[in-house]
Structures are given as C-alpha cells and as structure tokens.
Design a binder for this molecule. Sequence first.
Ligand code: GTP
Length: 239
Amino acid sequence: MSEPTYRRVLIKLSGEALQGDQEYGISPVSLEGFAREICEIQQLGVQVAIVIGGGNIFRGVAGSTAGMDRASADYMGMLATVINGLALQDAIEQIGVQTRMQTALEIKEIAEPYIRRRAMRHLEKDRVVIFGAGTGNPYFTTDTAAALRAMECHAEVILKATNVDGVYDDDPETNPAAQRYDRLTYIDVLSKNLRVMDSTAVSLCMDNELPIIVFDLNRPGNMKRVICGQELGTWIGPE
Ligand code: GTP
C-alpha cells in the first residue's frame, strides 16, 4: 500500500478538525498529527496543496447570524484561515518538509500573495502549498476556495478530510440508523441536499468533473490509505 493513485491532490481541512477535543482554537496534538499525515503522503511523491478552514477560530455565518454584517464576518473568517495556515505551515516544516503559504488577501509580511503559476511551480518542486484566506471574497466558503484552487492547480481530486467517515443520508450523530454512501454523483449531493459541501463548491466540481473523496481524518493513516486508492469514506463524481 505505498503506491499513490494520485500525483497531485488538494486537501480540504476543516478548521474544526484542528481544534481536537478543545472547544476553540488549535490543539497541538491534532495539528502535529495532521502535519505528520500530510508529510507522509508528500514523501510518497504526491504533490500536496491544502485549503484550510477557520471555523475553530471564527465562523463567518455564525457572526452574521449574531447580527454582524455578513461581509465583515466573512473577512474575519478569512483571517482565521490564515492563522490556521500559519500553524500548519510551522508544524509541517518542523517535520522537515518545505512549504509555501499563499493568501487570497494580500498580507505580504506573513505570506506570499496568491499567484497561480507560482503555486504550480512550488508544487512541482514538492513543496506543500497552503492556501489561506479562502477565495478572498465574502459569501464564498472555504469549500468553494478548495474547489477553485483544485481546478486552478490541476489537482486530480479533492480530499475532504472531516470528522465523519463519509456522507450519510441523515446525521449519524442524531440518527443511529443513518446509512453511509460509498459513491454519489454530484447531482445526488445537490438534489438530496446532503450538505457535504455547499452547492457552489459542488457545482464547480461538477462542471469540471473533479472528484471529491470525503473521509475521516481522525483515524491515523487514513490520508495515506485514500491516496493509495483504498476505498474509504464516500467518493463523489460524475455518473
Ligand atoms: P523558487 O523561485 O522556486 O526558488 O521559490 P522560492 O519560494 O524559494 O522563491 P523566493 O525567493 O520567491 O522565496 C523565498 C522565501 O520567501 C520563501 O519562503 C517564500 O515563501 C518567501 N516569500 C516570497 N514572496 C513572499 C511574499 O510576498 N511575502 C512573504 N511573506 N514571503 C514571501
């Protein structure tokens, strides 16, 4: 199980995954664990780009429901993704793998601005590329940023690493009878309103036939298993 099926992938890591058992912020144990998994696949020769969320620090939607202007709340969420990106960059580099971080909002003192061709060059040089600040636009989620960057960088698949082991027909936490899907089409996800990713992100993937694999990040070794073609979680693609 050491031959990768994919050569270039985009990993979408949720902010919540970084918080581990904590109620807020970054758990050093989770951070180090994810960094190790990422380095493991990079060392198999896989080119890795990462889009990270910010929900462990600030949720734009929650801010706007609390009365804040949605655009302001979303900008705060984008800054939260930059904080997570810097933490992940540090953790990966401590293991000895080179990284570059690029942000969709210019914060030149701490990261490179997003330049597509430069990001591609970094990937070709086996640097893990971390994209921060979402798409740089309010009203778009980090899932949409993941779909966009995956397409721009010609990733072969989006690996959506989450706290559940795939996509279910109901919430498995509240309904023990919920069934997990092994495979779904984009249309299934949209028509059944399965909330794997928001509809903008799923539509973007559908239009460009970019597959998405949703899998459980909390089981050590899963990232490598998925990369090496083991059927884990839920695969979403064309018919
Ligand atoms: P090559 O051109 O392939 O050698 O890539 P490189 O990323 O090593 O080249 P460069 O000399 O541009 O970058 C050297 C270091 O500076 C890297 O760690 C970059 O991430 C960083 N860097 C480059 N541009 C910026 C920027 O605009 N802002 C910040 N904060 N860092 C930058």
